[in-house]
Ligand binder design. Structure first.
Ligand code: ATP
Ligand code: MG
Length: 329
């Protein structure tokens, strides 16, 4: 049974997010708050609850008991969901999910704890190999060419750590930069992008990649360093995760900046995580090319500061397009 007008209005006035399902698991009502909390673009009423795309939520629904509450990460925000059976007499005729945003503070604390654990892990890996190679050299276990090879590895890993540390510092600065907005100015984004494209040409050409730039002057509100970093990260990924002799199409027009590549693509399950700190879809490839998994997290943060919206469209084996839509100035 679909909700009638009265029930529909009723669930809209409830301050929590609410989704009601019938005994067969079909959604019979969903209020706007629930759609916002779950980042749903259209009303899911009428479809099966199992069609909601959140793996953790689905696992919860699989074994939830009446009254049970759990927290989920939905697009970077922490949402608490309580499950309740709807029972009349002996009959279970459906269930409701009640949702609310977890207090900002505890969410921030959870993010910080995860972040510290990740940082320690990420720093430990290169340090372990640096000390391993250094030990072999100092113990005289490396001879001739090996010494050069090991020193090379030490250098590469040390550079990786340096990049990682500067990215981490950058991210924490962005976290604290809420007031930076005050110093934003109106800037033409096109010349910034065109400079980066020029800078990246030699690296791209080495792999037979061509970068095409289209569009023209586009005014956005921001800070030059932030905008440069945003564009560099996206173009760098398009080069790094492309196939040899591939194409990169960069466009600056209609308040949008988009970077499209013909690379390995990102699977649907990875695409919801790539903007998280330290997440790497293709670990071996990203590691081999020195990736730390922070580039897109920086992009996401930067967009939040700029009031821009970033979206991803990707097909495995075909390519990826990332678009940043800037607010009108
Ligand atoms: P870095 O911090 O140096 O940018 P990274 O490139 O590994 O390291 P991100 O830029 O955050 O980190 O990207 C996260 C992951 O998303 C990458 O490791 C890669 O697996 C995937 N990815 C990002 N951009 C693309 C792309 N254009 N095509 C395919 N996969 C991509
Ligand atoms: Mg990157």
């Amino acid at each position: 049974m679909e909700t009638d007008g009265f029930t529909g209005s009723l669930i809209e006035v409830i301050p929590e997010g609410i989704i009601a399902v019938d005994a067969a698991g079909r959604i019979i009502g969903c209020n706007a708050k629930a759609m916002r909390l779950l980042s749903l673009s259209k009303d899911p009423t009428g479809s099966a609850i199992s069609a909601l795309e959140n793996a953790a939520l689905q696992r919860f629904l699989g074994d939830a008991r009446n009254g049970e509450m759990r927290e989920f990460d939905v697009g970077g925000k922490s949402v608490s969901v309580t499950y309740r059976d709807l029972i009349q007499g002996d009959l279970r005729f459906g269930a409701v999910l009640l949702m609310s945003l977890v207090g900002e503070r505890s969410h921030a604390e959870r993010v910080r704890t995860e972040f510290t654990a990740n940082v320690s892990h990420e720093l430990k890996t290169p340090l372990t190999s640096i000390s391993g190679y250094a030990e072999m050299i100092s113990m005289g276990m490396a001879q001739g060419d090996d010494i050069k090879r090991f020193a090379n590895k030490i250098e590469t890993e040390a550079k990786r750590m340096l990049t990682l540390i500067s990215d981490i510092i950058r991210l924490s600065q962005l976290d604290e930069m809420a007031e930076a907005r005050l110093s934003f100015e109106v800037i033409d984004f096109y010349p910034i992008v065109s400079d980066i494209v020029e800078l990246m040409q030699p690296i791209a050409q080495k792999r037979g990649l061509s970068i095409q730039l289209s569009g023209g002057s586009m005014q956005v509100k921001g800070d030059k360093a932030m905008l440069t970093e945003l564009a560099t990260n996206l173009i760098d990924n398009a080069v790094r995760y492309n196939r040899d002799n591939g194409l990169i199409t960069v466009r600056v027009a209609d308040q949008c900046f988009s970077v499209r590549d013909t690379g390995i693509g990102i699977s649907k399950s990875d695409s919801i995580h790539v903007f998280e700190r330290f997440y790497r879809a293709d670990k071996s490839r990203s590691k081999a090319t020195g990736g730390t998994g922070l580039g897109l997290a920086i992009v996401k943060h930067t967009c939040e500061q700029l009031g821009a919206v970033v979206s991803l469209d990707s097909r495995e084996g075909i390519g990826t397009e990332i678009t940043v839509r800037f607010p009108k100035v």
